[in-house]
Structure formats: structure tokens, C-alpha cells
Design a protein around this ligand. Structure first.
Ligand code: FAD
Ligand code: ZN
Length: 492
């Protein structure tokens, strides 16, 4: 294996060549040569992320195979003050998984993907952190259960990454975020100690719920190595409809009607704007508008039931006809087969990716109360268009959770780099409206590197003090994903 002299040389400048080279050898001794990478070509894909927003640097990547190896790595990192950047499937969208300094080491859990236990009677699954989300879902299906977390990146993202980011996705409305789907965790702490709490208990009030500290902490407080996950009844009946709605207000009214009429069986309620559908028609081969006439907005609605005999097909037909008579929808296509269902889902799941074909896209992952969603989209759209005529808002996503991906495609014909130079300016406009409406500037993607300074400026001093205190208590040497989420080095 070729040694990466460039990285080692950069580190050497900072901390002295021989000591750091020795440390790297000690790390290599823990994982063995198969779990140690330092050649530039193999490291390269781990140093860039999906959107191409960041270019990272690092000394090496470690891929341990056991919790003991992770513990040994952390103990050595703690002793030597070596910074460790955990990386799962590298699908995170805020740069949290990217190392930015040449003396940082990536810790990849990709070789830890064992199914440790499956207990259908207890409705639990115990898996190691490196298992992909799609693999977790598939293990659940094998025993007739559902693991409901679902994201467009599920083929690549790892459950450890999902829990570390408290991922959301398309089934939050019914089943909650990732943190709601965890009963127990195994976590390696910054000094190498292992917090082993792989309990499959739904009730346990024996003191602080420590696992919640690590869920959503983006690798800054500990390394998640395994988890006990909650399973649910596998749906026997699924009805999926792509529905044209005249306005976002109508979409929200429709959500409440759907919930009321189905008795809580709505599992997905996702907003699709007309412009997003047009992007898909223009750039996704084989995709087409399933409805006859254009509509300003659409919603992908899915209802699921654990029993096949419930008559969900009749229920959704009745709901849609009621919605039509109330003027909440103008048309709807209901999937009649699994392949039609997949085609409707493809319209929603392609929305992120497809924007790349229309030039630069400035992103916002924001939430407001569901009742304020229509007002937010109207006000934020007007504000960005006023600031830059021709800019194209593409608000889409989890409207049922009050979470919209308020993306802004560049004006047609504008230079992409010149457009992207307005990223901070657009963020400032949109985030000001989000805050005014009592919302969050990071609904599901986290803070990472991208939003660290912004949250420090908008969270209350008490919140920031508590976050710093937790970081300092759990990682006093600041070796776990340093500089992400909260900065404990800069003066307050
Ligand atoms: P990574 O990107 O590798 O890491 C994310 C963070 O977790 C980093 O801070 C990293 O240091 C930390 N980390 C990773 N593994 C561990 C571990 N074992 N222990 C401790 N820390 C760790 N997100 C949503 O919430 N909802 C969506 O609907 C959604 N859709 C997406 C669609 C696309 C097409 C893409 C590309 C991304 C999407 N995401 C979505 C974002 C992303 O997929 C999620 O944040 C996902 O949970 C990240 O998992 P990962 O394994 O890729 O983690
Ligand atoms: Zn999302």
C-alpha cells in the first residue's frame, strides 16, 4: 500500500514527524493492515461529500472490526490527542463526516455490520453501526416486521450515521425520527470506555436516559457501535396516491382530513412543487406527470395498515372523493400495482438529485409549525425573489412534519459559481423568516461544520453553555469530531 507522504508531511509540520508517524503505526497495529488506509486514491472518496461542497484532508482512515478495536483506537487517540472524525455512509449534508485537517483520522464503521440479535417477540433488532439502513429494513422484513426509518440515501447511509444525525425522512409523521426508534445503544466514549446499554426495554426509568445524549450528537460525544432498534407491524395493505392540490394551505387541510378519515393510518405526506415535477419530466428518463392537467402543488400520500382486510383501498377512495368535493384536491392518481407505486415514489425521491441538472441550488433544511407552513413558503419565496429576480424556489418534502427542503435553483442562464456565491445571503434571508415563525434552521440534517457558527449565534446563551459543558465533560481533550456542532476552543 502506498504511503500518503503529503498528509503525513502536513501533520509533521504541526506535531513533529516521528511522533505522529509512530502513532499512526500504533493505530495500524490495532486494526491490522486491512483496516488501515493511507493511500490518496482510496482516501479520496471519503474526503468529499455528496454535494461536492467540501474537500477534506486527513492522515489515514481506520476501519475497525469490533467494539474492542474501536475502544483501543479511542484510548490511543485520547492518550495522544489525535482527532477522530467518525464517518458512516458519507451521505451527511452538513460536512459533519469530513475531516478538515491533515492530522485528523477518519473512523469508518463500514466493517462493523453484524446482525447481533433479532427478537420478533420483543419487536427488536440489534445491529452494529456499519449496517446500511436498507440492510436493517431488509432484516426486519425477513421476520415480517417493519423498521420504518426511510430516506432517499438508505442504500448507502449507515444506521450509526442515522442515529448520530437523528435522521428524519419520509415516515416521521407516523413513527417519529431516528431517536424515537432506539431502545438501547452501545457507545465508545472519548477515552475508550464502552457504555454498553443494549437493552430492549420500552420502560426503564432508572435515572438519566444517557443514550439520548449520543443520538443526534453527530459524532462529537461518542462513537455509536451498536443499537437495539424498535420494530413494528409490517404493513399488509398500502395505498399510495399522487394528488394535485391548489395551494400549500389546501395541502395542510388535506393532511388533517386524511388523518381523521383514516384513523391515523397516514405514514407519508410529502409536498412536491410543480417546478420540481417539471425538472423531473425534463431530466429523468421515462418519468412523466401522472396527472392530466398541471397543478401548482402535489402531495404524495401513503396510508398503510397492518391488516389486509381493512379495506384501505375503499378508505382512500372515499377520502379522495371527499377531498375533491371540498376543493382540497383537483385530481389524484392512485397506484394500482407495486411498480406504479414505485413510479410515484420516484417522483418524490428524485427531487433532490434532479436539481443538479438545473445548475446551482442553494439549500435550506428548515422546519416551522405545520400550521405556519403555507405562510412560510409564501413569505420566504417572495423574499428570495425580491432579492434576486429569476431565482427559482423549489420547496419540497416532509410537509406533514413541518419540515420543508426550501431549495433555490439558480436563475436560468446565470453563471453557477456566481450564483452559489449568494449562498450565505440567501440563507440569511430564509433563516430570518424561519426564526420569526418559531422554526428551526436545521430540521433533519444536523449542524456539522456548515451550521456550527450560525446556531451559536441564534441559540440562547444557556443552551450554548449546556452544549459546551456536555462536550467538555464527555470529551475533555476535544478529539471527537473537533470543531463540529459546537466549538469549545473559541472564546465565548
Ligand atoms: P455520515 O454522513 O457518514 O455521517 C453523518 C454524521 O454522523 C457525521 O457527523 C459523522 O461524524 C457522524 N457519524 C457517522 N457514523 C457515526 C457513528 N457510528 N458514531 C458516531 N458518529 C457517527 N437525512 C434525513 O434526515 N432525512 C432525509 O430524508 C434525508 N434524505 C437524504 C437524501 C439524499 C439523496 C442524501 C444524499 C442525504 C439525505 N439525508 C437525509 C442526509 C443523510 O443521508 C443522513 O444525515 C444520514 O443519517 C447520514 O448517515 P451516514 O451513514 O451517511 O452518515
Ligand atoms: Zn429530507
Amino acid at each position: 500500500m502506498r504511503h500518503n507522504y503529503l498528509c503525513t508531511y502536513r501533520c509533521a509540520e504541526r506535531i513533529g514527524l516521528m511522533p505522529f508517524a509512530d502513532t499512526l503505526l500504533k493505530f495500524k497495529a490495532i486494526t491490522g493492515p486491512k483496516g488501515y488506509v493511507d493511500d490518496a486514491a482510496t482516501l479520496a472518496p471519503h474526503l468529499v461529500e455528496w454535494r461536492g461542497l467540501y474537500q477534506g484532508r486527513c492522515a489515514a482512515l481506520l476501519a475497525p472490526q469490533t467494539t474492542q478495536e474501536v475502544s483501543d483506537i479511542l484510548r490511543l487517540a485520547h492518550e495522544t490527542g489525535t482527532a477522530i472524525v467518525p464517518q458512516g455512509g458519507n451521505t451527511g449534508l452538513v460536512g459533519g463526516q469530513i475531516p478538515f485537517k491533515g492530522d485528523e483520522i477518519i473512523l469508518s464503521l463500514s466493517r462493523m455490520k453484524a446482525l447481533r440479535a433479532l427478537d420478533p417477540l420483543n419487536n427488536t433488532l440489534t445491529v452494529e453501526a456499519g449496517m446500511t439502513l436498507a440492510e436493517v429494513q431488509s432484516h426486519a422484513r425477513e421476520v415480517g416486521r417493519l423498521f420504518p426509518l426511510s430516506l432517499a440515501s438508505e442504500g448507502s447511509c449507515q444506521i450509526g450515521g442515522n442515529l448520530s444525525t437523528n435522521a428524519g425522512g419520509t415516515a416521521v409523521l407516523r413513527y417519529g425520527n431516528a431517536r424515537d426508534l432506539v431502545l438501547g445503544l452501545e457507545v465508545v466514549l472519548a477515552d475508550g470506555r464502552v457504555l454498553s446499554s443494549l437493552k430492549g426495554l420500552r420502560k426503564d426509568n432508572t435515572g438519566y436516559d444517557l443514550k439520548q445524549l449520543f443520538l443526534g450528537s453527530e459524532g462529537t460525544l461518542g462513537i455509536i457501535t451498536a443499537a437495539v432498534l424498535k420494530l413494528f407491524v409490517e404493513p399488509k395493505s398500502i395505498e399510495t396516491a399522487f394528488v394535485a392540490v391548489p395551494s400549500v394551505e389546501a395541502a395542510v387541510d388535506l393532511l388533517r382530513l386524511a388523518e381523521g378519515q383514516s384513523g391515523g393510518l397516514v405514514s407519508t405526506f410529502e409536498l412536491v412543487p410543480r417546478i420540481g415535477l417539471e425538472f423531473i419530466e425534463n431530466h429523468l428518463p421515462g418519468a412523466s406527470d401522472p396527472l392530466a392537467a398541471p397543478s401548482p402543488w402535489y402531495v404524495l400520500v401513503e396510508m398503510t395498515a397492518g391488516s389486509a382486510s381493512l379495506g384501505l383501498d375503499t378508505l382512500i377512495e372515499q377520502f379522495l372523493s371527499d377531498a375533491l368535493s371540498r376543493g382540497l384536491i383537483s385530481d389524484a392518481a392512485v397506484a394500482q400495482s407495486e411498480s406504479q407505486r414505485q413510479s410515484l415514489w420516484q417522483l418524490r425521491e428524485s427531487l433532490s438529485e434532479i436539481q443538479k441538472h438545473e445548475g446551482g441550488s442553494i439549500k435550506h433544511d428548515v422546519s416551522v409549525p405545520v400550521s405556519s407552513m403555507a405562510a412560510f413558503i409564501a413569505k420566504a419565496s417572495a423574499a428570495v425573489v425580491a432579492a434576486m429576480p429569476g431565482i427559482r424556489p423549489v420547496p419540497f418534502g416532509h410537509i406533514g412534519d413541518g419540515n420543508v427542503h426550501f431549495n433555490l435553483s439558480q436563475p436560468v442562464g446565470m453563471d453557477k459559481a456566481a450564483y452559489l456565491a449568494h449562498w450565505d445571503e440567501m440563507n440569511a434571508i430564509v433563516h430570518a423568516i424561519v426564526r420569526e415563525m418559531g422554526g428551526s434552521i436545521s430540521a433533519e440534517h444536523g449542524v456539522g461544520h456548515m451550521k456550527r457558527d450560525e446556531i451559536a449565534a441564534i441559540k440562547s446563551p444557556v443552551e450554548m453553555d449546556l452544549m459546551r459543558a456536555l462536550k467538555m465533560a464527555l470529551d475533555p481533550k476535544n478529539i471527537l469530531n473537533p470543531g463540529k456542532v459546537v466549538d469549545i476552543t473559541s472564546p465565548r
